[in-house]
Design a protein around this ligand. Structure first.
Ligand SMILES: *Cc1c(COP(=O)(O)O)cnc(C)c1O
Length: 451
């Protein structure tokens, strides 16, 4: 579909050359774009964020009724922000560099309903589609409590509609679980790397799971095609959906509330630095948009990707965005990091949001697993490997004097910094599988090079 990029030319950039060798990299934006200008430049209307916030509130009573793990928060899907001083000390000692400020983990691995960051975006799109169908059928007012969707009249309408999605796993889980609960005919197209337990779980909930021999993009393509052939099917497009993006962005204001409750100041002298694992980019992109709206120039957002699948880093660095795939620079795209095995980035995020993204870090699978093992040993927190990708970033910023100088991160400000590693998934991983990850991670701690 796309013209093959001139590889030789691209490889003259040392960052692209490092990406092509599947080695770890970190590169940062040369100079800050003022947030207000960056938002304007994105062309994305901030009103989608408040709209999504209101939608989650309308659905809160529905969630509380249908998902017992949301009862304690009265149907609001949110995760804890947890301090991890022992992990901070351990990594400071391993990397041989004391991290100033405080290190936190955002526990999206334990989000209710589907145990990953996809519970923000994926679920939001399904809710929005359900509401729209019910409103168009004249069976729901725009501000009605969402429980009206469970009345027989609305259920009759929803059951005649389908939801389809292509996924490496976690998006399929989020969408499948909620769409089937709402009464949609739900189909999840999964790529070959998707875990068996995810497929089994979805089937147990009445979701049709279609397996594809190819990668993430092939699964997405297959989903798109079925929706094109049947107009009663809504296709959730992970590569370009604004509804997904809006759902993720709600995290910004929510995090602001959490930090306030913890009495943590975020301003020019107290920077907030957030590290987000990136697959296709919708999740970290949406969260970044929400964070920039909430904190302005005081927040720094860094994306973390696997060395074998650094699609966003490659797309932004080359300026080719979704016109280049990691395969074009000779990478296989294969990684143990669920959700991050994506070869081509989102059109929406790379092109429209790049001026708001501060940096890009790549991490080997071995290092992600080692982080995961260390987090288990130091804090007793278990997350999936992809969710640990963000732990390299804080030390990468410490090592990049040019970035810190350009963005005013002097010693005083670094000492005041709040570093948040966004842990994006894990609580639904079966115990035996998690134990295997942890054991491997603990072994790899002694094999990866830290210095
Ligand atoms: C999907 C996912 C991400 C990244 O989200 P994208 O929207 O694909 O960039 C990160 N971590 C986990 C565990 C995921 O499932």
């Amino acid at each position: 579909m796309n013209q093959t990029p001139d590889l030789e030319q691209l490889l003259t950039d040392p960052v692209v050359a490092t990406l092509a060798r599947a080695e770890e990299t970190a590169w940062f934006t040369a100079s800050p774009t003022e947030t207000a200008a960056g938002i304007e430049q994105s062309g994305i209307d901030p009103a989608i964020v408040t709209d999504a916030q209101a939608r989650f509130l309308r659905f809160a009573p529905w969630f509380a009724e249908h998902f017992p793990d949301t009862r304690a928060t009265h149907g609001i899907l949110e995760s804890a922000l947890v301090g991890i001083p022992d992990m901070q000390a351990e990594l400071s000692s391993r990397f041989g560099k004391e991290l100033p400020g405080t290190l936190w983990v955002k526990r999206d691995d334990s989000l209710p309903v589907s145990g990953s960051i996809k519970a923000r975006g994926g679920i939001h799109e399904v809710l929005q589609v359900a509401e729209r169908i019910a409103v168009e059928a004249g069976l729901m007012g725009p501000d009605d409590d969402a429980r009206v969707l469970m009345t027989p009249a609305v259920q009759d309408v929803l059951s005649k509609h389908g939801i389809a999605v292509g996924s490496t796993g976690n998006l399929g889980l989020s969408i499948g679980i909620v769409a089937s609960e709402l009464g949609f005919k739900t189909t999840v197209h999964m790529s070959m790397d998707a875990r068996v337990w995810k497929k089994d779980l979805l089937r147990s909930r009445g979701v049709e799971v279609v397996e594809h021999a190819g990668n993430f993009s092939d699964a997405v393509e297959a989903g798109r095609k079925t929706a094109e052939e049947d107009h009663s099917v809504w296709f959730v497009d992970d590569e370009a959906s604004l509804m997904l993006f809006a759902g993720y962005s709600v995290a910004g204001a929510r995090l602001a509330g959490q930090l306030k409750a913890l009495d943590i100041t975020v301003d020019a002298n107290h920077p907030l630095i957030v590290h987000l694992p990136c697959g296709v980019g919708g999740g970290p992109g949406g969260v970044t948009f929400g964070l920039k709206l909430a904190f302005g120039d005081a927040v720094h957002c860094v994306f973390a990707e696997p060395t074998h699948s650094p699609c966003m880093s490659l797309g932004v660095r080359t300026g080719l965005h979704d016109a280049i795939s990691v395969n074009d620079i000779g990478l296989d795209g294969i990684t143990a990091a669920d959700g991050l095995a994506v070869g081509r980035p989102s059109r929406l995020v790379g092109e429209h949001l790049q001026q708001l993204i501060d940096g890009y870090v790549t991490v080997t699978d071995e290092r992600m697993k080692a982080f995961q093992g260390l987090l288990h040993d130091t804090e007793g927190i278990d997350i999936e490997p992809s969710a640990a990708a963000g732990f390299a970033g804080p030390w990468r910023i410490l090592g990049d004097e040019t970035y810190r100088a350009a963005f005013g991160l002097d010693e005083t400000r670094m000492a005041n910094a709040t570093h948040i590693v966004w842990a994006t998934g894990g609580s639904m991983v079966p115990a035996a599988e998690m134990a295997g990850y942890v054991a491997e991670g603990q072994r790899l701690v002694n094999e990866v090079v830290w210095g």
